[in-house]
Design a binder for this molecule. Sequence first.
Ligand code: TYM
Length: 331
Amino acid sequence: METVVSGIRSTGKLHLGNYYGAIQNFVKMQHQFNCYFFIADLHSLTTHPTPADLHGHVKHVLVEYLAAGIDPEKATIYVQSDVPEIAELYLYMNMNAYMGELERSTSFKDKVRANPDNVNAGLLTYPVLMAADILIHKATKVPVGKDQEQHLEMARTFGNRFNRLYNNEYFPEPYAFNFSENLIKIPGLDGKGKMGKSEGESNAVYLSDSPEVIRKKVMRAVTDAGPTAENQEKPSEIQNLFDLMKVVSTPDTVEHFDNLYNKCQIRYGDLKKQLAEDMIVATAPIRERIDAIANDAPYLRQVARYGAAKARESAQKTIREVREIIGFKVF
Ligand code: TYM
C-alpha cells in the first residue's frame, strides 16, 4: 500500500484554501492509503515563534483535522515536534542541500520580500525540513495545494541526491497529489491572489467562521463595475468569485450566474449572497464539530499521544536504516 504524508503549519485557524487544497483529500485518502497527517509546528517557528500562541495554534489544527473527518483509527495524526527523528533526518538532508537552490525557491523569495527583517536559516532550509517530513515515512503521495508544488520538486531532488551519494535506491520519489488532474489554488476575497492566512483576515474564510462573519466577508469581496459587453472575459476579481463558487456551489448555480454574466445581467450582490450561503452550508458540519471537539481535552491528548507513538515507530525504522547507510556504527 502506498504511503501518504502531508501537514499543515500551526499558524492559526484553517481556511477554505487549506480545506479544498489539502484536508478534503486527506479525508478521502485515509480509506485507501497508509496515511500520516501532521501538524507542522516546527515549520511554524520560522514565522510564528511566540511561545504563548504555539500550543493554541497546534490545538486549532488538531481540532480542525478531526472536525473535518480525519479518523485517528485510520490515519496517523501527530504533532511534528513529537517525532524528533524528523529533526535528525533534516540535519542529514541539510548536508546535501545547496545554498543556491534554496535561495531560488519561490516561497523563500516571497518570505524575504514580505519580511526582510526576519530572514532566518530556518526559512532558507524550510524545503529541507519538508523533505524530511515526507522521506521519514518514505511517502510517495503528498496531498497539497498548488503553492507547494515547488517544495515537492525539491523533496524529490534531495531524496534522489541522497540515493546517488550513497549509491542505493533508499528513498522513493514523492509527488504532489490531488484526486483531479490539477493541483488546486483557492483564491481569496481581495481580488488578487490565493486565499491565505498571511494575506489579511478578511481575505480568508475560516472553517470556524460563523454564518454572520462569512456573509460579511463575502459581501465585502472586491468586484468591478460589471460587464460592459456580452461574453466578456472576466477580470481576475470576478473570476475568483466564480472559482470559489465552483468549489462550494452546485454546477447549476455556477452556470446560472455565468449565463447572467455573459448576458450582462448579473448583479454581484445576488452572486455574493448565493456564494456566502453555499459556503455556510459547506462548512456547517465542520463548524459544529469544531466546538464539540475543542472542549474535549482528554480525547485530544489521547489522539496526539497515540499518533505520536505510531509515527515514531515508522520514523525510528527509517532513522536506523539511514544511520547505517551513512556509515554510523555503534561502538
Ligand atoms: P500551509 O500550512 O501553508 O498550508 C497547508 C495546506 O493547505 C494548502 N493551501 C491551499 N491550497 C489551495 N488554495 C489555497 N489558497 C491554499 N492555501 C493553503 C497548501 O498547499 C497545503 O497543502 N509547507 C506546508 C506544510 C508542510 C507540508 C510538509 C506539507 C510542512 N511539511 C510535508 C506536505 C508535506 C505549508 O506551508 O502548508
